[in-house]
Design a protein around this ligand. Structure first.
Ligand SMILES: *Cc1c(COP(=O)(O)O)cnc(C)c1O
Length: 583
């Protein structure tokens, strides 16, 4: 069995790349592994919420001076660029990027055995910088090397692309390759953090790293020091249902991984029926958490015998605050970027007019952008409702359109406009059909409600939308939204949320103070939720917007003081540090 032989390493021209890591290797770091990370808007190494959260995690680590090293795939081919035709039919265009010029090549190479072939992996150093003079290294793994088989050169190309076998290969490179690469580069790691199950194979590699030497093991005993691995591993689960978890049949696992890991041992730790990445993460991590209180409760029920803690997600303050509000906070709440808790007093510190004008600026920027993108003319005097996230069935982008008749009647009494955005995963036909359905509704509602659908939702569009709309709408099917984060981004810009009570909103909603709830916190029924949505909009939210400007601004301030001050990634990271990384 080759799993006992030392991994192949080629430290290739160390004198050239070692200086790039100067100052980064002396400290023991937290190694944060994620399949996707939103580093910058135009670096397409992210698909959506999970990647944006990973990016915000790093941005907060930088701001807080926390020594961390992130590991991900280089994803040269990106996720995809969304094109929509006149009927809302989505086609996917490649969205490639070149790490050359944006990141530094590191000469070291490590080898993995995948499907019986040697696959060499190299890496790129992307340096994430914050406002302080601190930098955080991000190691992007890359198999596009001449010495690799053509099929293996593209393993790190397509984010969430390909079939099951392709995904497993990516996860081998991320988890096992990532651990080997950090070691080859000279990073010293004190704790590992798996952001979702995609990287759980890192713990399998650690079992090998920490295995007892042969002479220490008595015949018949396991050579693996599981407690030692658990001690340094932390695992965050983001999926509230087992169907959402990565699972691989063992026939596939054996075919692809035989030379790389001890499959019998994986079987004992990752489930007997299939390799369940969540199960693997749970069994090999001392600290496990879900991403909101309700999600952790649910996970504890889903995984009896394990303790799943709750660390509610947050968003990065500076990244998600529009320039208008950043200016206000700088002036009246100095220090908010480092200590967003200070925003708890923003209501007293900032005048109502200032809040209204800052918002008007952000709203105009969105209106201008919508006009350039699709020539839809939005009226700054009328409220804009925003809805943007991955287009998929459980997020129910169609809930608002359940009854076009009621929607028309609503708009007649209290006119409003809609801005919508979101990509459907290339293989999610249901999600694509939802976009087409929205386009049909747009046509049917022409003249009654102005609606714009912005193509190719990304971080930049998210920044514009969460600040420029007047109300953020969120209508997932309970209990499938583990956390959700876009409503938190809205809060930093004084935009209140109207949302189903799921994920973070169960914690963030104070009715009429930070925003409003659709339905109750129990099970969802499409009919009931639609009724509640129309009633809340027509009887409470829109009348308040039109009839009582001062009261509306009080809710805007409520979102800032009570939610932005709390649902930020600085708080989240401080909790990971004290409860997970330093135990
Ligand atoms: C914040 C964000 C998301 C996640 O939004 P949710 O409402 O949490 O689903 C997805 N995509 C982009 C580009 C984002 O900025």
């Amino acid at each position: 069995m080759s799993s006992n032989t030392a991994p192949l390493v080629d430290s290739g021209g160390e004198s050239e790349w070692k200086p790039l890591l100067e100052g980064l290797l002396h400290e023991h770091r937290i190694a944060y592994f994620s399949m996707e990370i939103a580093l910058e808007n135009d670096i397409p190494t992210y698909a959506g919420g999970l990647g944006v959260l990973a990016g915000d995690t790093l941005r907060s680590a930088v701001d807080l001076g926390l020594p961390l090293v992130a590991v991900s795939l280089v994803s040269r081919a990106g996720y995809f660029r969304q094109r929509l035709d006149a009927d809302g039919r989505q086609t996917e265009e490649p969205d490639p990027w070149s790490p050359e010029g944006r990141a530094h090549p590191l000469g070291a190479k490590i080898a993995l055995e995948i499907e019986g072939r040697n696959v060499w992996v190299r890496s790129w150093l992307y340096v994430l910088r914050g406002q302080l003079k601190i930098a955080e290294p991000v190691v992007l793994l890359d198999t596009d090397l001449e010495e690799n088989h053509p099929e293996d050169r593209v393993i790190t190309h397509y984010l969430y692309g390909g079939d099951e076998a392709y995904r497993l290969k990516q996860e081998i490179v991320l988890g096992i390759g990532g651990v080997r690469m950090l070691h080859a580069l000279g990073f010293r790691v004190r704790e590992y953090h798996m952001n979702e199950g995609h990287s759980a194979l890192l713990a399998v590699e650690l079992l090998k790293v920490f295995a007892y030497r042969r002479e220490e093991v008595r015949t018949g005993e396991s050579p693996y020091d599981i407690p030692r691995v658990r001690e340094v591993c932390n695992f965050t689960t983001h999926t509230p249902v087992s169907a959402g978890q990565d699972q691989f049949p063992y026939a596939l696992v054996s075919r692809i991984m035989d030379g790389t890991a001890d499959i019998g041992m994986i079987r004992r730790l990752a489930g007997d029926e299939s390799l369940n990445m969540t199960r693997l993460g749970l069994n090999l991590s001392e600290y496990v958490n879900g991403v909101a209180k309700r999600h952790a409760e649910l996970s504890n029920r889903l995984f009896p015998g394990y303790t799943v803690h709750a660390v509610t997600n947050g968003v990065h303050p500076f990244t998600w605050t529009c320039p208008e509000f950043a200016r206000l906070y700088n002036q009246h709440v100095p220090g908010w970027c480092h200590e967003p808790e200070l925003l708890v007093r923003a209501d007293m510190a900032i005048g109502d007019d200032e809040v209204w004008h800052a918002h008007a600026g952000a709203k105009q920027r969105l209106i201008d952008k919508v006009h350039t993108l699709g020539s839809t003319a939005l009226d700054p005097a009328l409220p804009i409702i925003g809805f943007a996230r991955r287009m998929t069935a459980y997020k129910r982008p169609d809930l608002l359109f359940s009854s076009l008749e009621r929607l028309r009647a609503l708009a007649q009494r209290h006119p409003f406009q809609l801005v919508i955005a979101g990509k459907a995963h290339p293989r999610d036909d249901g999600g694509k059909a939802l976009i087409e359905q929205i386009y049909r509704h747009m046509r049917e509602l022409a003249g009654a409600v102005t609606i714009a659908f912005l193509p190719n939702y990304d971080m930049e569009k998210a920044r514009l939308m969460v600040a420029g709309v007047d109300l953020w709408l969120n209508t997932p099917l309970r209990p499938l939204e583990a956390s959700g984060t876009s409503g938190m981004k809205a809060a930093f810009n004084g935009v209140p949320q109207l949302s189903v009570l799921d994920g973070w909103w169960i914690e963030g909603c104070i009715e009429g103070v930070t925003g409003w709830a659709i339905g109750n916190a129990e099970e969802s029924h499409n009919g009931d939720d639609a009724q509640s949505l129309y009633a809340k909009l027509g009887d409470v939210v829109l009348p308040l917007y039109y009839n009582n400007r001062a009261a509306w601004i009080r809710v805007m301030k409520g979102a800032i003081c009570k939610n932005a001050s709390f649902f930020n990634s600085h708080r989240m990271m401080r909790r990971y540090v004290t409860e997970a990384y330093i135990r």
